[in-house]
Design a binder for this molecule. Structure first.
Ligand code: URA
Ligand code: URA
Length: 240
């Protein structure tokens, strides 16, 4: 059988990795995003990770990559627009939610509906404004009917979120609700168990608290979120 040059090149680099002491490889590369997931792949076959990585050098360039994204077969055709994120690109504190709802899909801004108005109040109770922090979501597109993001959808969007946080370089991320917390931290633990602890995401401190939509349905949990915010602000050097 004729020697395939690609196969030979792969075997050679595996040999040199083994010579360097590497005896295990990860199963799959990091998820990437930024182009149609079916770009260039033969019909009917699931693409290997074919999309361009979210390698934008600036938040504005990343916003454009997100705007062009068509990876999610159900979300791309049903969205009004993508909802990238808003606030201070040099924020020390980011609030991470789940996904745009109807109001966010219509306006292009995260957290502007009823839950968003409660988030604005929480931010202001911390003596901050929405312009001083940065607000973003796990998904940049609205899931129809506000269903939860599927694992495939959050995987498709993961590289955008990772790059967005790399570019902002916050000191602290506050996860709002279980979808944000579980996706960012790669855990299945509940918010109730994740709150009151400091977690780590690539060197960034991560706090978890209840989603403002949950607080609207369960007002008695507001005092817990207020405790969480006081604890979080102490890590930023602010005593409330
Ligand atoms: N809920 C979220 O998680 N994010 C938004 O942007 C709005 C509502
Ligand atoms: N469950 C959720 O999904 N979110 C919360 O904020 C609390 C419980």
């Amino acid at each position: 059988m004729a020697e395939d040059p690609t196969r030979r090149a792969v075997l050679q680099s595996l040999e040199s990795l083994r010579a360097a002491g590497v005896d295990q490889l990860p199963m799959a590369p990091r998820p990437t995003a930024g182009a149609r997931s079916d770009a260039g792949s033969p019909r009917g076959r699931q693409p290997a990770v074919s999309a361009a990585p979210a390698d934008a050098e600036t938040l504005d360039a990343l916003r454009e990559q997100v705007r062009a994204c068509r990876r999610c077969a159900e979300l791309a055709p049903t969205r009004t627009q993508t909802v990238f994120g808003s606030g201070n690109p040099d924020a020390r504190l980011c609030f991470l939610g789940e996904a745009p709802g109807a109001d966010e899909d219509r306006t292009g801004e995260p957290f502007v509906g009823r839950a968003g108005q409660l988030l604005t109040k929480i931010i202001e109770a911390c003596k901050l404004s929405r312009d001083e922090v940065y607000i973003l979501n796990i998904l940049k597109c609205r899931p129809p009917g506000n269903r939860n993001p599927s694992p495939e959808e959050s995987g498709n969007c993961q590289a955008f979120l990772a790059r967005q946080l790399e570019l902002i370089k916050p000191e602290l991320v506050c996860c709002l609700g279980s979808v944000a917390a579980q996706n960012l931290l790669g855990t299945t633990e509940s918010v109730g168990r994740l709150r009151r602890r400091v977690h780590d995401y690539h060197g960034v401190k991560v706090f978890c608290t209840y989603h403002p939509a949950y607080l609207l349905r369960n007002p008695s949990a507001k005092k817990d979120t207020w405790d969480d915010m006081k604890r979080l602000m102490r890590h930023l050097g602010v005593v409330l």
